[in-house]
Each structure stands twice: as structure tokens, then as C-alpha cells.
Unconditional design. Structure first.
Length: 274
């Protein structure tokens, strides 16, 4: 069994065949999916919840992505506070810093990141982190981890470094702050050796797997639209790195997911259920 701990399934790239995508995931052994609720920013922040309401095996997050940080207004934060009370919302995110695209000014990203950490703490939700530095730098990593250590770690509820792209040193700082490390399809890319090096050292009981669908399809699907069924390829790569079968990686990361989020593990067959 596998958990896809991070997927963007609400967008138009899935409009034509979303039902078939979910059926393929279930057939591949994916018992649980987390629908990320950042959407296209303010105005779509309930997108993950809508999917979770329609499918029992889907959970949701809420949050404003750093790309849309400059669009955030007080009314949006108020909406998020209300959405955080939904029974299927298990985390706040994805939030953080993106200095690669700089779609929002960096200072605005930092302000909105800090504001959402405050709201997540009040809602008693862990946070899901997006962190991408500018090319050839680890600037966003240093600032993001500094903010987590200063404003979240001591009083927060941990979180997830989603689609990990850093080094072992970055991972270790996050682990020390109570975070889980989530590996995506980029783990399989030829030039991703630093990520693979980190994956060899992250404790097995502190890792998740994800697709980040529709992005970052793993080898051998690279170049295609990613979908939750492909999470088994990330499990396969992790298994090769750790000397374990992909099924064992699936079992361990599934157990990690339900333990971290304090959820009852699904008992139904992955080939059944709505």
C-alpha cells in the first residue's frame, strides 16, 4: 500500500479524466492521497477540500503558496481560518519561500509565510513546506529553515518538507525541527544525486513519498503528466537506495503518514472504495 502525500489534482490538466486517474491510483495500491489546497491562490483555497469531500480516501490541506503571496489579503486569511476547521483538513500548506521564480516579492513571501505559521499554530495543524532557492544558491533554504527554527519549531506541530530538493544538511536541520522529509519523482532524475545522497541518510521512520502531480513525473514516465499511481516509482527508487523492496517502502511510509497525522489507517482494499 502507498500514500501519495502531496498531489495537485484540482487543475484543468485533470479535468478530462480525473476519475480514471483516481482509479489507476487505487489499482496501483495507493490507499490515500493528500489533495493540496493552495490552488491558484485566493479564490480557490477550498480546492483540496472539494476533492476530499467527494472521496473518502482523500485528505486535504489549505494554504497560500509563495507564488501567490502578493495576492493575499486579510479576507483570505479569515477564509483559511474557517477552512482549517474542516474535518478532512490535516495540514496547512503548501507554504514557504520560492526564490527561483520570484512570482511574489521575497519580502512579501516572508511576511505571508510567517502569518500562515501563526494561523497554523492557532489551528493546531502541521505545515507543508515549499522551498526553492534561486539557481546556484541555497538562499531560500537558509531563510526558510531559519524561520522554521525561530518561529515554529519550539511551539509548532512539526510539518513536512515536501518534494525535498536540498542536501543532507538541510534535511538534518528540518528533522531536528520535527519535520518529515517527503521525496517525489525528482529522486529518480539523473542529475538528482544530492537528493539521493540525502535519501540514504534520512531515517526510514521520518520519510514520506509523493508525486506532486501533475509535476515531476518520475523515470520511466518523465516528460508525461504525473499522477498518483506513479508514486510507486519513487518508492522503487527509495527501495534501491535503502536495500529494500518498493513494497516495504510503501508499508513504512504509509505507517509514517498515519502516525504523523494521527489518523486511523485505512483498512479497505486499495482497489475498492470511493
Amino acid at each position: 500500500m502507498y500514500v501519495d502525500s502531496h498531489a495537485h489534482l484540482e487543475g484543468e490538466r485533470f479535468d478530462a479524466d480525473r476519475g480514471e486517474v483516481l482509479a489507476r491510483a487505487r489499482a496501483a495500491g495507493v490507499t490515500t492521497i493528500v489533495a493540496i489546497g493552495s490552488g491558484t491562490g485566493p479564490g480557490s483555497l477550498d480546492c483540496g477540500i472539494r476533492l476530499a469531500d467527494a472521496h473518502e480516501f482523500i485528505y486535504a490541506t489549505i494554504g497560500i503558496h509563495p507564488h501567490e503571496a502578493e495576492k493575499a489579503r486579510d479576507a483570505d486569511f479569515a477564509d483559511l481560518e474557517e477552512l482549517a476547521r474542516h474535518r478532512k483538513v490535516i495540514a496547512w500548506g503548501e507554504i514557504g519561500l520560492d526564490y527561483f521564480y520570484d512570482h511574489s516579492p521575497r519580502e512579501v513571501q516572508r511576511i505571508v509565510f510567517l502569518k500562515q505559521m501563526e494561523l497554523a499554530r492557532a489551528a493546531k495543524l502541521p505545515i507543508v513546506i515549499h522551498c526553492r532557492p534561486s539557481e546556484g544558491s541555497d538562499n531560500a533554504w537558509q531563510e526558510c529553515l531559519d524561520m522554521i527554527e525561530q518561529h515554529w519549531a519550539a511551539r509548532g506541530r512539526g510539518g513536512v518538507l515536501h518534494c525535498f530538493t536540498g542536501t543532507w544538511e538541510h534535511a538534518k536541520r528540518a528533522l531536528d525541527a520535527g519535520f518529515m522529509i517527503s521525496f517525489a519523482g525528482n529522486l529518480t532524475f539523473p542529475k538528482a544525486q544530492p537528493i539521493r545522497d540525502a535519501a540514504k541518510q534520512v531515517p526510514l521512520d521520518r520519510m514520506f513519498i509523493e508525486t506532486d502531480s501533475p509535476y515531476l513525473a518520475p523515470v520511466p514516465h518523465r516528460g508525461k503528466r504525473n499522477e498518483p499511481a506513479f508514486v510507486v516509482e519513487t518508492a522503487r527508487q527509495l527501495g534501491e537506495l535503502r536495500g529494500l523492496a518498493r513494497e516495504e517502502i510503501g508499508r513504512v511510509t504509509t505507517s509514517n503518514f498515519f502516525r504523523f497525522f494521527k489518523l486511523a489507517e485505512a483498512n479497505e482494499s486499495p482497489a475498492t472504495g470511493a
